[in-house]
Design a protein around this ligand. Structure first.
Ligand code: IPD
Length: 268
C-alpha cells in the first residue's frame, strides 16, 4: 500500500473534514464534560471520543495496517510503518463553551518522520495542510511567510497547560514576555496557534507542555510555511518547549525564553 505523503495527506484531509462535520453537526444540546484527564480542568467530551473513533474507523477502513497515537487513547502500533497522530478536538474547552476556535488535527508519520498533516477549523471551514518538503497551504493557497517584525512589534501567541504548577510558571513567564512585545494572544488551540504562525496571523508562538497530537500537524504546517519550530538550546520541539516563527524573531524569543529557563519542568 502506498505511503506516498500526498496520498496520506489526501486521506488526512478527508477524515479531518468528516470529523469536523461530525463535531459541529452532531454536537448535542447541553454538551457536558464526559471525564477529566490530567487535572479537573483537562476535559473530555463525548464528541472528542466520537471524533477520534470516526477518524480511526475511516483510516483503518482505507489502511488497515497503520498505527495510531490519539489524544483520547487511540494507541496501536500498526505494521505498515505509518502512524497517525490525531487530536480529535484541539481546543476542547473552546468547543465546550461554543467559542469557534477549535480544530481537528491529523498528521501522518512514516517511521519517526512527520510527512503530512492537516488542521481543520470546522467552524470557519479553513483547512491548513502540509507535505514534508513540498509546502504548506491554507485552503489550497500556498503559504510563504514574510520577514517578521522585531520582538517589540511582534504579536505572540501562547497557551497554558492544565496543571496548576505549570500554569503558575506560565504566568510568571508571561509577566516578563508581555511588556516586551506588541501583544499576546491565547486562542485556546495549539494546532490553530501554529497555523496562525504559518499564515501570518501572529508572528510567533511559544508554549510548554504540548503533547505530540497538539504539535504534529500544526508544527509541520508552520515549518513548511517557512517558520522554525524548535525547542530551547537546540532541542527538538516537544513537551519541554515549542517556539515557532520566522528565524530572526525566533532567535529573539529563544534568547528571552532560554534566559528564563522556560523549559524547566515545573511539575517534576
Ligand atoms: C490544548 C489546547 C491549548 C493548549 C493546551 C492543549 P486540548 O489541547 O491546544 O491551546 O494550551 O496545551 O493541551 O486539550 O484542547 O486538546
Amino acid at each position: 500500500m502506498s505511503a506516498a505523503p500526498r496520498d496520506l495527506l489526501d486521506l488526512a484531509v478527508d477524515v479531518a473534514r468528516a470529523a469536523g462535520r461530525l463535531i459541529v453537526d452532531e454536537r448535542p444540546p447541553g454538551l457536558e464534560v464526559a471525564s477529566t484527564k490530567s487535572s479537573a480542568t483537562d476535559i473530555v467530551t463525548e464528541m472528542d471520543q466520537r471524533s477520534e473513533q470516526l477518524i480511526v474507523d475511516l483510516i483503518t477502513a482505507a489502511r488497515p495496517d497503520d498505527g495510531f497515537l490519539g489524544e483520547e487513547g487511540a494507541d496501536r502500533a500498526g505494521s505498515s510503518g505509518v502512524t497517525w497522530v490525531v487530536d480529535p478536538i484541539d481546543g476542547t474547552v473552546n468547543y465546550l463553551y461554543g467559542i469557534p476556535a477549535y480544530a481537528v488535527s491529523v498528521a501522518a508519520r512514516v517511521g519517526d518522520e512527520l510527512v503530512a498533516g492537516v488542521v481543520v477549523n470546522p467552524v470557519s471551514n479553513e483547512v491548513w495542510s502540509a507535505v514534508l518538503g513540498e509546502g504548506a497551504w491554507l485552503d489550497g493557497r500556498r503559504l510563504q511567510l514574510a520577514e517578521p517584525p522585531a520582538l517589540e512589534m511582534a504579536l505572540i501567541a501562547t497557551g497554558f497547560g492544565y496543571d496548576p504548577r505549570r500554569r503558575t510558571r506560565q504566568a510568571e513567564l508571561l509577566q516578563v514576555v508581555l511588556p516586551l512585545v506588541r501583544d499576546v494572544r491565547r486562542a485556546g488551540a495549539a494546532s490553530l496557534d501554529l497555523c496562525a504562525v504559518a499564515c501570518g496571523r501572529v508572528d510567533g508562538y511559544y508554549e510548554q507542555g504540548l503533547q505530540p497530537w497538539d504539535l504534529a500537524a500544526g508544527g509541520l504546517v508552520a515549518r513548511e510555511a517557512g517558520a522554525v519550530v524548535t525547542g530551547l538550546r537546540g532541542a527538538e520541539p516537544g513537551a519541554a518547549m515549542v517556539v515557532a516563527g520566522r528565524p530572526p524573531l525566533v532567535a529573539a524569543l529563544l534568547g528571552l525564553l532560554e534566559g528564563l529557563d522556560a523549559d524547566a519542568d515545573p511539575i517534576g
